[in-house]
Design a protein around this ligand. Structure first.
Ligand code: MIC
Ligand code: SF4
Length: 643
């Protein structure tokens, strides 16, 4: 039987297991990336593993998230990351240089290679035919140490593209349509692979928008073939020699197929507060908008910024709109400048910021109260903008520009003819500030500087024979990692200090959670959290497992898990269980006592179901774990296990 692109890359990197869907496999990782908000912890973990230098073909440490420097913390982290890169043999991309995914696409990605990144939008690299996967920092640290990356062999969801996008309809709309149909959990357990005649009509950065935003489907990753469009992009980047062709075999089989005729799509928009709450722009047109943000790793490439600049040329942003541009990278900004694209934006009233994540992760740019913020970002989870009860909509750069002009949500087709533009055949590289790895002899002399906010890594106890706890929280479906471990300008700077950041665990849901956990622990109980479907969707932040574990949460019993979060729970020794009978969920009350007898023995001996006594009632829970996972949990986490 023929193979898909994803299967070919996995087969070429397989080091453990066999290519059977649903079985655990280990793959070799060629490249890694980290960003600063997950990177400090990842390098502390790498240090704890004790390997002196990264073992990958290429590893890059980016600073793009924690850019506001309102005290010493973020600036200290940047210095730590630069030192760690010099010490351990990595490339280093400093603040202002761009969002990790955008810069990695431009300067480092290679078709057919594997990339593991400590950020959930790592699949951006799938746009150029990489197998690019998001993971927790500890998994990335292990990959840097030359260890395989383990995952359950996903199924392949073929997305067949036919036709061609009409003017004013963008790559963003393709995935908004897929999200509308499949929802934020539709991709769980799958790699989304794009094929069909419509693929050739999409530019490389359009493809990257699609694979990036595909993270919101809960998919393991998304991938496009590498073809003539890809070659053109590599030529424009001055690295054509790194390009190679890669396509699915004609007789490749997909586990499921969804067909999208690009020529029938219309401008779409995701309404508050979930990326799959999608409608046609026409259905919500006319709602007043207070803020329009163009940026984020989903939509801030040179193509996107050029489109916005051309649309704004000779027009102005509405006086009631704060119209802001967050360029994806120094390269995008340099080339936009060289082409004369900045002036029309400034004249239209744009606030142009440095390259980075900025408002996408609540590092500034919070919108005014009770007013609509329109963003070309990937997530509109509740409160992520910085405001409780926020009204964030997600859309294409075209919809954003049209709405900025009119001051209300606008279908961009109302603006008339789509402006013509071309992109340069050869880009200015914009990589002046990227540091190359130091030679080994020089690395050895580097002393890593650690600010006072960089706390040592906490240690955790192994799994006990009988586990005693309390239901400390009962939650609904689709809980995001932003609910579990919020981000934003106040909390993100604590990412390298687990005791400090743990104070904010679940603070969006109940402000007293950390204090309540302390009281529970003082009574001699550990914590169990009950959840619904798709628990832990969104970010790759391992802090959403590490910080609750630090507070004493040791068991999570839910209807279903998001992939990366489940992997992070295992890495920090939290037992992930799912309901055998989902109706049991309704019978559980917050505060109930929980006992699991013979737990350690059951986990280690491969038990697939466990009896959990909750409030005196026996509840059957499924324990879907590989033998490796079981040993890791019994040891109290991956670092204990590896030692
Ligand atoms: C996000 O978009 O939620 C983030 C911030 O980039 C996260 C990583 C983090 O929390 O540091 C992600 O997507 O993994
Ligand atoms: Fe940064 Fe936003 Fe992309 Fe996350 S989704 S990497 S915060 S730009």
């Amino acid at each position: 039987m023929g193979q898909t692109v994803a299967e070919k890359i996995i087969a070429a990197h397989l080091v453990e297991g066999e290519l059977r869907k649903g079985a655990e496999i280990g793959i070799r990782i060629d490249q890694t990336l980290t960003q600063d908000a997950t990177g400090t912890m990842a390098y502390l973990e790498f240090e704890a593993i004790g390997i002196p230098r990264v073992q990958t073909e290429l590893s890059v440490s980016y600073v793009d998230h924690n850019m506001l420097q309102s005290d010493f913390k973020n600036a200290d982290d940047h210095i730590f990351l630069q030192g760690a890169a010099r010490k351990f043999g990595l490339h280093y991309s400093p603040p202002g240089n761009g969002i990790c995914h955008q810069v990695h696409l431009e300067r480092f990605g290679i078709p057919g290679k594997t990339l593991l990144g400590s950020d959930s939008h790592t699949p951006t690299g799938g746009g150029l035919g990489m197998l690019a996967i998001g993971a927790g920092g500890l998994d990335v640290a292990m990959a840097m140490a030359g260890k395989p990356f383990y995952m359950i062999m996903p199924k392949i969801y073929g997305i067949k593209l036919t036709g061609r996008l009409r003017p004013w309809v963008a790559a963003r709309d393709v995935l908004l349509e897929v999200l509308r149909q499949l929802t934020v959990k539709g991709g769980v357990g799958y790699i989304m692979e794009y094929f069909g005649p419509g693929v050739a009509t999409l530019s490389l950065t359009d493809r990257a928008t699609i694979t990036n935003f595909g993270a919101e489907l809960g998919a393991t990753t998304s991938v496009f073939p590498s073809d003539e469009q890809t070659r053109k992009y590599f030529a424009a980047q001055g690295r054509e020699e790194q390009w190679r062709e890669l396509s699915a075999d004609a007789d490749a089989e997909y586990d499921k197929v969804l067909e999208i005729d690009l020529s029938t799509l219309e401008p779409m928009i995701a309404c508050p507060s979930s990326p799959d709450n999608v409608v046609k722009v026409r259905e919500v047109a006319g709602r007043p908008v207070a803020q329009v943000l163009v940026g984020s790793c989903t939509n801030s490439s040179l193509r996107d910024l050029t489109a916005v600049s051309k649309i704004m040329a000779g027009r102005s942003a509405h006086p009631d709109v704060s119209f802001e541009i967050n360029p994806g990278s120094r390269q995008a900004l340099e080339n936009l400048t060289a082409q004369g694209g900045i002036l029309p934006l400034l004249q239209a009233g744009a606030r142009i910021h440095q390259s980075g994540c900025l408002g996408c992760i609540g590092m500034g740019q919070a919108p005014p109260s009770n007013m609509i913020s329109l963003r070309t970002f990937s997530r509109n989870f509740p409160g992520r903008s910085g405001n409780k009860g926020d009204l964030v909509y997600l859309c294409s750069p075209e919809v954003a520009a049209a709405s900025a002009i009119k001051g209300v949500i606008t279908d961009p087709r109302d603006l008339g003819e789509y402006p013509a533009f071309t992109l340069p055949e050869r880009y200015l590289p914009g990589d002046e500030r990227i540091e190359r790895p130091l030679p080994e002899a020089e690395s050895a002399k580097v002393e890593i500087v650690r600010g006072p906010n960089i706390a040592p890594f906490p240690t955790f106890a192994p799994l006990p024979e009988t586990w005693k706890g309390k239901v400390v929280l009962k939650l609904a479906d689709n809980i995001t990692t932003d609910h579990i471990m919020p981000a934003g300008a106040k909390i993100l700077p604590l990412r390298s200090n687990i005791p400090a950041i743990s104070e904010y665990v679940f603070s969006q849901i109940t402000e007293s959670f950390a204090r309540d956990m302390q009281a529970t622990m003082a009574e001699g109980f550990a914590g169990a959290v009950i959840g619904g479907d798709n628990y832990g969707q969104g970010s790759s932040r391992e802090h959403a497992a590490l910080a609750p574990r630090y507070l004493g949460v040791e068991v999570k019993l839910v209807k279903s898990f998001a992939r990366i979060h489940k992997a992070n729970l295992i890495n920090f020794g939290i037992l992930p269980l799912t309901f055998a009978d989902p109706d049991d969920y309704d019978r559980i009350e917050q505060g109930a006592e929980v006992v699991i007898k013979g737990l350690r023995q059951a986990v280690l001996s491969g038990a697939e179901t466990l009896t959990v006594e909750i409030g005196g009632r026996a509840v059957q829970a499924c324990c879907e774990l590989s033998q490796r996972h079981r040993e890791i949990i019994a040891a109290g986490g991956l670092l204990n296990w590896a030692r």
